[in-house]
Design a protein around this ligand. Structure first.
Ligand code: ATP
Length: 924
């Protein structure tokens, strides 16, 4: 087994450290809570109001005191609970069993490392997914297996003894797994006396010559009873009994146990003889060897002159949640049942054991004998872990009565107490197979668990002062009730954790250490004495004077610093309560104000944060928007470019077509001029206007009317117009030919002039049409631009309306043109009639010369002939909008292509190939 204070002899190799996780189960980091600024501030505030009560009836060497406490003193005067760890050595038997697996190693004086052994429950059920883990614990001090009892006493108990002599209350309790050495630590064996006998020797060594004569105690008790609590009153009774029956037995007159049991105290053996080592022989098999001289002179404190002491001891156990007085005689055969004791609260609310026997002792030996008697009555049993396992929690208490018979205010008293608690060892219930042992184990574990809960709750209350304090479950077990006072400000506690390094009890050891890790975080509760000074200062601050302060002013020595609230009479207490209520009210108001301020600040900060967030958000949005805009600009540009390209191509194609048509036109015109008798109608088939407009209408019925269809329509219209123009030109030429052929009489010249007028009108209309077409071209370009820049339907609709109106105008112009042509036709018919009349009246003419239009009846004979009389049967010019000339009396309805589509529910004719017009026989 490797255990030392130097760097651990079983160090973790690099490899190990890499593999094994270290769980810091200690409060090393949280220890700061104890000395945290908040805690320190709180206590500092209290100490401002109420300066710490200066001790007692003793003059102490404070410097040394402070030095010796060293780092345990936290800032602000708060002291951390001291937790010592003692590791017992492995026994030979245990070594033979292979219990030594190096699971316990000491890193330094304060740090312990536990590494899971192979067979431990912890390694089988990995914690946080780590199969083998190392646990780290920190303690006030770690004492290894080589530590002697004397060293351990010096380290742990000596300070407690000094404090008790100074008038403080102290508790030392041992905690650990069964068979870990708790009883050995407290009581010791053979020459290895434990803490308790050493403490007794130390105390009595200090009190040598200062013990109060028991017979003289009576007047003091009468005077000082006001200052004693119930337990002390009980002690007084014991004392009285003892005095009344002093002649009984061989026990010395002031050493009598209640209930008849007596301790035979042979002063010849037990006397504290100066100088050498003494041995108190209690039983043949048991002896304790103490260096009394060394112990009695080990402290640096100096007792105050004139103060005398009276020492009382008690010893009881908590077995299966029942309290038994260990100084009571064991049950006889007749009365097998042990008497149980009850717990009560004194008038200050402090629990005490009712009817407990207190024995006044005058020497360490007497006290030790009392302890040994009690130990005889204690419950021990053999378990699988320990041959003499304690089955109960045993509590040994020593009370010091500080008496100052020559004090200025008469007999002043003060009580201090040293309690040493040897807790029963925790163990696994399943290991106990006997019913009684199992029950004991259950009760032991339950009470230890409650102790753990109390310490955890205390720790939480100390570390989270802003929250509502948790209820500390002291009442859940007898053990915690008995020890309650030491955790609530009546005194300080100190814990000794015992462990054995056996691997078989590793899991229990780990649990015990985890519990102790919580205890290391505890801070001692402020002394209840400070309440007295606090109340006094409060009353003084409110201009109220207590009797105590009046006495002080009268030159009397104050006892307030030593006393508790009982030193105030009821009136003073009522005043103090009223003042405290006011104080509570004031603090509540302050708190509310503070809360309101904090809320306001939080609100304003939140608003700022929200405003900042809003700004950031809007900036982000803005940048996003700019980015999007940029992106869409690019997209629009690209679209614009591609549209431009597309329409440029379209326009190019159209221009080509126009050029082609123009070329065709020129060719046909040339052909027409060459062959004057040729038919005046062009052969080029032309899609009917109506169909074109229907196609246009059908395309316009689509909601996504595109400019492409407009362009198509436009090109189609343009083609038609070109065709019309060419036909018109042809007809004009034909007319001129007719004019040339006819030598009209004078009255006919008026007719021809009218025809000319009409023709001019037709030409004007054509010009107008051309202009409209140009306008449409412009609109088309504008539409293209609109498509590139703004594709909104509204603008398209506007363009469409413009185009429609242009088309309507065009239709109208065409209609007018048609009318004009009809008039021309009528005139021509009249002319023909006139010619026929003229022919009939005039002499026959010579046959027409070759080359004239005999084929088409251009000659006079033909003109009057019936078979070739087609001109009057057919229209002179096909209407570009077939059937679109409304009847004269037809109602005026919107007739634009777009409006037709919008206002009509008739299906548009399906777009198809333009019907081929068969010659000039087409009827409009
Ligand atoms: N520091 C030590 N040095 C030598 N032996 C020790 C030490 N500590 C304990 N032992 C021995 O270990 C054995 C068990 O010790 P002890 O009875 O004190 O354990 P325990 O914790 O009180 O057990 P239980 O809780 O069951 O009562 C005893 O034989 C004791 O002498």
């Amino acid at each position: 087994m490797a255990l030392s204070f130097a760097p651990p002899r079983v160090p973790l190799s690099d490899e190990d450290e890499g593999r094994a996780a270290v769980f810091e189960s200690t409060a090393a980091d949280l220890v700061g809570v104890a000395g945290s600024r908040r805690c320190a501030t709180t206590l500092h505030e209290i100490s401002n109001i109420s300066p710490p009560a200066v001790a007692l009836t003793m003059v102490t060497e404070r410097k040394e005191d402070t030095d010796s406490r060293g780092s345990n003193e936290e800032e602000g005067g708060t002291e951390r609970v001291r937790v010592y760890l003692r590791i017992r050595p492995l026994m030979e038997v245990e070594k033979e069993k292979g219990e030594e697996q190096g699971c316990v190693s000491v890193q330094d004086e304060e740090t312990l490392l536990l590494r899971d052994p192979r067979e431990s429950f912890n390694s089988k059920t990995p914690e946080r997914g780590v199969s083998q883990s190392v646990h780290k614990f920190t303690f006030t001090q770690i004492l290894g297996p080589d530590t002697t009892q004397q060293e351990f006493f010096e380290c742990t108990m000596k300070e407690n003894v000094r404090d008790v002599l100074l008038g403080e209350n102290r508790l030392l309790y041992t905690y650990g797994v069964s068979n870990s050495g708790k009883t050995y630590t407290v009581q010791g064996t053979g020459r290895e006396a434990g803490l308790l006998p050493r403490a007794l020797v130390s105390i009595f060594g200090k009190l040598r010559g200062r013990l109060y004569d028991a017979l003289d105690l009576k007047p003091f008790l009468c005077q000082g009873v006001r200052r004693l609590n119930c337990a002390e009153v009980r002690a007084e009774e014991v004392r009285r009994d003892s005095l009344l029956k002093e002649e009984e037995g061989s026990i010395s007159q002031n050493s009598r146990l209640r209930g008849g049991a007596s301790v035979s105290c042979d002063s010849g053996i037990g006397g504290v003889s100066s100088g050498s080592c003494i041995t108190t022989q209690l039983e043949d098999s048991d002896s304790v060897c103490l260096d009394a001289e060394a112990l009695s002179h080990s402290g640096g404190e100096r007792l105050e002159e004139g103060v005398r002491f009276s020492v009382w001891v008690s010893f009881f156990e908590i077995y299966n949640e029942f309290l038994y007085d260990l100084l009571e005689p064991p049950p006889t055969l007749q009365s097998r049942k042990r008497t149980t004791l009850r717990l009560s609260d004194d008038r200050h609310g402090n629990p005490y054991v009712k009817d407990l026997t207190w024995v006044q002792v005058r020497s360490a030996e007497e006290a030790w004998k009392v302890l040994r008697i009690g130990r005889r009555n204690q419950s021990f049993a053999s378990t699988h872990l320990n041959q003499t396992s304690s089955r109960s929690h045993s509590i040994f208490s020593l009370r010091l009565l500080h008496i100052n018979p020559e004090g200025e205010s008469g007999h002043s008293t003060h009580t201090s107490e040293l309690t040493v608690c040897d807790l029963a060892g925790s163990e696994r219930c399943k290991d106990q197979r006997i019913g009684e042992r199992m029950k004991e184990a259950n009760n032991i574990n339950t009470s230890l668990h409650t102790l753990g809960r109390c310490i955890t709750a205390l720790r939480n209350n100390q570390s989270n002062r802003s929250r509502l304090p948790l209820v500390v479950p002291f009442r859940d077990s007898k053990l915690t009730r008995v020890l309650q006072g030491f955790f609530s400000g009546r005194g300080h506690s100190c814990m000794v954790v015992n462990i054995n390094p056996c691997s078989s009890t590793y899991d229990e050891t780990l649990q015990a250490l985890k519990f102790s890790a919580i205890a290391t975080q505890l801070v001692h509760s402020p002394s209840s004495k400070t309440h007295v000074a606090y109340i006094q200062s409060l009353l003084r601050a409110h201009g109220l004077q207590t009797n105590e302060s009046a006495r002080e002013e009268g030159g009397e020595c104050s006892q307030a610093e030593e006393g508790d609230v009982t030193m105030f009479d009821s009136e003073e207490l009522m005043r103090a309560i009223a003042v405290l209520k006011q104080e509570v009210q004031r603090q509540r108001e302050e708190k509310e104000e503070l809360e309101a301020r904090v809320r306001e600040q939080v609100c304003s900060e939140m608003m700022e944060v929200i405003a900042r967030m809003e700004n950031d958000f809007s900036e982000t949005l803005e940048s996003e928007r700019a980015l999007m805009e940029e992106r869409y600009e690019d997209k629009i540009k690209n679209l614009h470019k591609s549209l431009k390209r597309f329409y440029a191509q379209e326009i190019e194609d159209r221009d080509e077509q126009i050029e082609q048509l123009a070329a065709d036109l020129r060719r046909s015109a040339e052909a027409g001029s060459e062959a004057s008798g040729a038919l005046p109608y062009p052969d080029t088939p032309r899609p009917p206007r109506r169909q074109a407009s229907s196609v246009c209408s059908s395309s316009s019925s689509s909601s996504s009317f595109s400019s492409f269809s407009l362009a198509e329509e436009l090109s189609r219209v343009q083609a038609e117009l070109d065709q019309c123009r060419s036909e018109l030109q042809e007809k004009t030429l034909e007319l001129r030919r007719y004019q040339g052929l006819l030598s009209l009489p004078a009255p006919s010249s008026t007719l021809t002039s009218a025809v000319d007028r009409k023709l001019e009108e037709g030409q004007r209309c054509l010009r107008q049409l051309r202009l409209d077409l140009q306008g449409m071209g412009r609109d088309l370009q504008y539409a293209e631009r609109a498509c590139c820049h703004n594709t909104s339907g509204e603008r398209l609709r506007l363009l469409l309306a413009n185009t429609d109106s242009t088309l309507a105008k065009q239709d109208q112009a065409l209609g007018e043109l048609q009318n004009s042509l009809l008039l021309v036709k009528m005139d021509l018919r009249k002319k023909t009639d006139r010619l026929a009349q003229l022919k009939a009246t005039s002499p026959p003419r010579a046959p027409p010369a070759p080359g004239t239009c005999a084929k088409r009846g251009c000659g006079g004979a033909e003109l009057g002939g019936g078979e070739n009389h087609r001109p009057e049967k057919r229209p002179f010019l096909r209407s570009p909008v077939k059937g679109r000339v409304p009847p004269r009396n037809a109602p005026t309805t919107p007739a634009t292509p777009h409006s037709r589509v919008l206002h009509s529910h008739q299906r548009s004719p399906a777009p198809g190939p333009a019907p081929h017009h068969k010659g000039r026989g087409c009827v409009f």
